[in-house]
Design a protein around this ligand. Structure first.
Ligand SMILES: [Cu+2]
Length: 156
């Protein structure tokens, strides 16, 4: 599994022009990197949506994603997918741990951010601002372009 995540990180590094952070003097908060963030458009008539991202912990201490908020949603939760018998279901989790040197992928079919009480629908081309809350690193602000899952798959 570790190898898979490592390969994934390399693959995504190839499609991101930003240079790698290699300065050994940066604070631990600077060792967390978020990539490939995006949100799904809200389906018609539904005020709920999901967000996806990759969190890379380049530091030497584990961190935990403990919450998220957005001005575009009344509430944002971190969800995981579990098997309930033969049915895949999602449920909120209190924290998502990202071990030292590890990568956590929030992607369709797996863990994700869940936006509730979305007053104004997420539509293609918009950007949704989200503040992630980490136990060690504190708040990290990110922007999620709104797009369809297929567009993401095609880009890799
Ligand atoms: Cu969910």
């Amino acid at each position: 599994m570790r190898g898979f995540f490592f390969a994934l990180a390399l693959a995504c590094a190839a499609c991101t022009p930003a240079p790698e952070q290699t300065d050994a003097t940066v604070a631990p908060a600077g060792r967390l990197e978020v990539r490939d963030a995006w949100a799904a458009p809200t389906p018609n008539g539904v005020n709920v949506s999901a967000g996806y991202l990759t969190i890379i912990n380049g530091g030497n201490e584990a961190d935990r994603l403990i919450g998220a908020e957005s001005t575009r949603a009344g509430r944002v939760e971190v969800h995981e997918m579990i098997m309930d018998g033969a049915v895949m279901q999602m449920r909120p989790i209190q924290a998502l741990e990202i071990g030292a040197g590890e990568t956590a992928s929030l992607s369709p079919g797996g863990a994700h951010l869940m936006f509730y009480e979305v007053a104004e629908p997420f539509t293609d081309g918009q950007t949704v601002s989200v503040r992630l809350q980490f136990e060690r690193a504190g708040p990290v602000d990110i922007n999620l372009p709104v797009r369809r899952a297929a567009a993401h798959g095609a880009s890799h």
